[in-house]
Structure formats: structure tokens, C-alpha cells
Design a protein around this ligand. Structure first.
Ligand code: CTP
Length: 388
């Protein structure tokens, strides 16, 4: 992976980006323009990657050819207005520009500049030209700019750049597929301040949404209240109650090919939540809970009608495979990923998961303990194979 740093204040964020790429096991070569070095020194990048960072065309004569032919992807972060204009014109006066001109790999631009510079017709034209050349772009985002102004021009955050880079590198096996994912808990309100919830963090559903997006899918993520940031690139519908989740899910399923149902939907709800705060009088409180909607059962009709392939989860304490199989049938799922309650490597509060995958064709596969991201990838591999 090649990271080209040009001279803008956002170069400090590129240090974080390079660190995250390195942590993700990418072999990162960094090239800086001379003005980038005025913002962040090459030693910083050398320390982060453990590899030499380069700035000059004259240090090693063939660097500009080798760097771009060895990389799978080149990321230009930040890409200044001046550098974009140079690229659009085919300039090659610095190692950074010459390397990109000679690069054989896809290129991702991460522009960063003042809003007026971004909106200037010259920049607009350069951007159009670069898009015509087939270059990809992420950002710039709206927000606080360096001069104290607020507007469009911020370089995208490293997490967003990583996500887009991941999508560019991954084979687009789910292109033109519309995938609905549910994640997180739902809340069953008791009164305006209290609710019944559960410990779902949304991690598993988010990992599935991120993996599907990386494979080129259009992803709608229907999410209950979660503390974790939503994954980049997906369309998010935030909901709170199971009724709201059912409504959002039914709307999204109209055009879906696949449903990944990872939400921990409240099974028990208060029949009539109070509109004012319930006062305590020392005698306790009877909640008198009733069953809430079962979203998989409620959406069975639309899923069957539209042929939506469905993967759900099952949280079990006893006879997991038996119970999983009966949920597969009763809820009309095609796949069910079973988690065992009480497994220290699986469940709500841990970054790992251990699942047993059953499918309606009789398949049974036990996965080892994996990160939730790896579980998501494996589940999608299996589901993808049945999509057609
Ligand atoms: N699910 C749902 N609607 C609910 C509860 C669960 O659609 N009200 C979905 C979950 O998202 C999951 C699957 O059904 O994909 C199984 O969830 P699980 O909690 O294991 O089962 P329950 O249906 O709640 O059954 P039980 O609690 O009796 O095991």
C-alpha cells in the first residue's frame, strides 16, 4: 500500500491513518511532497511503518516507478488543491506526483482544503478530470476547518478512508445486492425515563454491515441504540423500540436480496407505557409485560414474496443445535448462527464470537473462536454462495 502525503494541515491525521493501516497488517510505503514535510516529518512515518519514507526524486532513481507498481492501492491523504491540479495536468515534478503518474494500481484521493478552494471552478474541473481518469475519492467532509470556519473541506477521518480503501481492495462479490442488517438492542419503554433493554452492543451486526459494504453491496443498517459508531458507507436507520424496528425493517425489505438479523429484539414489552413518569409510593411496581412483535415472524410474508435470503442468530443455553434448528424452521430462516449463552468467548460484551452455523439444506458448521469481524466475513462467505 502506498500513502502519498501532500502539504496540508490534515497531514497530522494521515499519521493516524498510516498507524491503523500498519496495525491492519498492510505493508505501507509513505511518500511525502516537500511541503508535506513542513507539516509532519518523514521520521514520524518511518517510526509508524518501520520502513523508509521518501520525498525526493533524486535519492533512488527508480523509486517513482517501483513504488506505484508494487502497491495494491495508492492513497493520497491529504490531497491538496495544488496537488489535485498537478495530478489533473499530469505533472511529475516531485516524487509524489511522478509516482502517481506511473502507478499501475487504483488510486484513492482524500481531498482537504478550504471550502472556497474546494468550490472554485478550477478545483471542480480538476476533480471531474481526475474522476474521468478513474480515480476514486473519499470526502472532503463538512465540519470545522483549520481557519476557524465551518464548511466542506475536512479530510475524511482515518476510519472512513480505511473503509473505502478496504472496499476498493475487496472483490465486489455483492455488487448490486441490497442487504438489510439489523443490529443492537431495542428498548421497551415503561415511562418517559425508564425502559427495559438488553446488553447487545451492536458489534456483530455492525461487523456484518461493514463486511457486506466492503464487498460492494448497498447496505441498510437498522440499528437500535448503540454506543459504537456506525460503520462507514452504510445507510443507517436509527430506531428505539421493536415496533419502530419492525416498521424500518419492513420498509427496507421491499427492495432487499438478503436480510442479516443480528438485533437483540426485546421479547417482552410493557402493554401501555405511561406518558408521565411513574412515581414511587413504596409499594413497588407491577410491570405486567406482554410479548412484543417477533420481527422474523412478522416479516415472513414479505421475505417469502420477495425471495429474501435470511440469516438470523439464536442465543441458546440448552440443546443449542436442536433449538437452533427449530428456530430456523419456525422463523423461516435460511441460515441460523447459534451462540451459546455463558460462553466466555461469545456474546454481548466480548469482541470475539463462537458460532455454529446451520442452514435449511441440512448443513452444520462449527466455527472456532474468531473476532466478530472474522465471523461476519465467514458468515457472508457461506451466505453469498446461496444468493443465486
Ligand atoms: N428475533 C426477532 N424478533 C424478536 C426476537 C428475536 O426477529 N422479538 C430474531 C433475532 O434477531 C434473531 C432470531 O430472531 O435473529 C432469534 O433470536 P433469539 O433471541 O435467539 O430467539 P427468540 O425468538 O427471542 O426466542 P427465545 O428467547 O425463546 O429463545
Amino acid at each position: 500500500m502506498l500513502v502519498v502525503v501532500t502539504g496540508g494541515i490534515a497531514a497530522y491525521k494521515t499519521a493516524y491513518l498510516v498507524r491503523r493501516l500498519h496495525e491492519a497488517d498492510a505493508l505501507v510505503d509513505v511518500v511525502l511532497t516537500p511541503s508535506a514535510e513542513k507539516f509532519v516529518g518523514r521520521v514520524t512515518f518511518e517510526g509508524l511503518t518501520g520502513r523508509p519514507a521518501r520525498t525526493s526524486l533524486w535519492e533512488r532513481p527508480l523509486d517513482h516507478i517501483e513504488l506505484g507498481s508494487e502497491a495494491d492501492l495508492a492513497v493520497v491523504a491529504p490531497a491538496t488543491a495544488d496537488f489535485l491540479s498537478k495530478m489533473a495536468a499530469g505533472g511529475a515534478d516531485t516524487l509524489a506526483a511522478a509516482t502517481l503518474l506511473a502507478a499501475a494500481c487504483p488510486v484513492l484521493l482524500c481531498p482537504a482544503m478550504n471550502e472556497r478552494m474546494w468550490e472554485h471552478p478550477a478545483t471542480r474541473r480538476n476533480i471531474e478530470t481526475l474522476r474521468e481518469f478513474g480515480l476514486e475519492m473519499v470526502g472532503p467532509d463538512r465540519g470545522d476547518l483549520a481557519e476557524g470556519e465551518i464548511g466542506i473541506g475536512r479530510m475524511s477521518e482515518p476510519a472512513g478512508i480505511m473503509a473505502v480503501a478496504g472496499r476498493m481492495l475487496e472483490e465486489a462479490t455483492l455488487r448490486e445486492r441490497r442487504i438489510v442488517v439489523t443490529a443492537g438492542p431495542t428498548r421497551a419503554p415503561i415511562d418517559p425515563v425508564r425502559y427495559i433493554g438488553n446488553r447487545s452492543s451492536g458489534h456483530m451486526g455492525q461487523a456484518l454491515a461493514a463486511s457486506a459494504w466492503r464487498r460492494g453491496a448497498d447496505v441498510v443498517l437498522v440499528s437500535g441504540p448503540v454506543a459504537r459508531p456506525h460503520p462507514y458507507g452504510v445507510e443507517v436507520v436509527e430506531v428505539e423500540t421493536s415496533d419502530e424496528m419492525l416498521e424500518a425493517l419492513s420498509a427496507a425489505l421491499g427492495s432487499a436480496h438478503l436480510l442479516l438479523m443480528a438485533a437483540a429484539v426485546a421479547d417482552f414489552v410493557s402493554p401501555s407505557p405511561s406518558s408521565s413518569k411513574i412515581k414511587k409510593d413504596g409499594s413497588g411496581l407491577e410491570l405486567g409485560l406482554v410479548s412484543g412483535p417477533d420481527l422474523l415472524k412478522e416479516t415472513r410474508g414479505i421475505r417469502e414474496e420477495r425471495g429474501v435470503l435470511t440469516l438470523g442468530f439464536a442465543l441458546e443455553t440448552d440443546t443449542p443445535v436442536e433449538n437452533g434448528r427449530s428456530k430456523l424452521e419456525s422463523k423461516k430462516m435460511d441460515f441460523v448462527a447459534i451462540n451459546e449463552v455463558g460462553d466466555p468467548a461469545a456474546g454481548f460484551d466480548v469482541p470475539t464470537n463462537r458460532v455454529t452455523l446451520l442452514d435449511r439444506w441440512g448443513g452444520l458448521e462449527e466455527f472456532p473462536v474468531l473476532s466478530k469481524e472474522e465471523v461476519a466475513d465467514r458468515l457472508l462467505d457461506r451466505v453469498e454462495a446461496r444468493l443465486d
